[in-house]
Design a protein around this ligand. Structure first.
Ligand SMILES: [Zn+2]
Length: 216
């Protein structure tokens, strides 16, 4: 049976690498997939991993009907055996519904990769809809560690290395940007709640004894 599978994780979980691996393994077996992505760090219409691998992808635009796109491609004689979606958290909930229809009506496997929660620990709308509709959810093994050595399970947004909790849900950034820009850092839940980033601890601004958030 075809499935809608949601591979969920944090920013540093290596999901794009896994997406590329699945794509590669399937094409080695003669299977052809359509790869969708949105706002990949390598630019429009690209799927890239931190290891530097890049492949062509279809950029998902706002309001794009992904079901219709695939029906059109199939009706023009295109071969599609499966669908891979990276950065699925940026998709609109309606687009996740379209992916479910791709599984049910077109009989294709859909593998969606996405970050579960935003920098405020809230679900992205696309990820929420995936959790609601997916046949299966695979939580990706966390590769990254918090500065304290614990598993990094939460995404923090930083400006000058300091954690911020205000701002739009989507600001495209990367974890290895220069410090004065908006960046991201993955932290354990404990240090996310206490807003303790690597830089703030190094600067001695905060210590574990002095909690910046009195309610925690
Ligand atoms: Zn920590």
């Amino acid at each position: 049976m075809p499935e809608l599978v949601f591979f969920s994780g944090t920013m540093d979980c290596g999901k794009s690498t896994l997406a590329l691996q699945i794509s590669h393994n399937r094409s080695a077996r003669g299977l052809q997939g359509v790869i969708f992505t949105r706002d990949d760090r390598a630019g429009e219409g690209k799927l890239s991993s931190r290891l530097g691998l890049v492949t062509e992808a279809v950029e998902v635009t706002e309001g794009m009907d992904m079901y219709r796109y695939l029906v059109d491609r199939l009706s023009r004689g295109g071969k599609v055996d499966h669908v891979i979606v990276d950065e699925a958290q940026f998709l609109a909930p309606e687009q996740i519904d379209q992916l479910a229809r791709v599984v049910d009506d077109l009989g294709l496997d859909v593998f969606a990769f996405g970050i579960t929660t935003d920098f405020r620990t809230k679900l992205f709308p696309g990820s929420q809809r995936l959790i609601e509709l997916a046949d299966r959810i695979e939580t990706l093994q966390v590769e990254a560690l918090c500065w304290c050595g614990a598993r990094a399970t939460h995404n923090a947004r930083t400006v000058d290395g300091e954690m911020v909790v205000e701002g739009a849900q989507v600001v495209v950034g990367d974890v290895n940007r220069p410090a004065e820009e908006v960046g991201y850092e993955v932290l354990c839940r404990r240090h996310h709640l206490r807003r303790m980033t690597r830089a703030s601890v190094r600067a001695g601004v905060l210590s574990p004894d002095v909690l910046p958030v009195t309610s925690v």
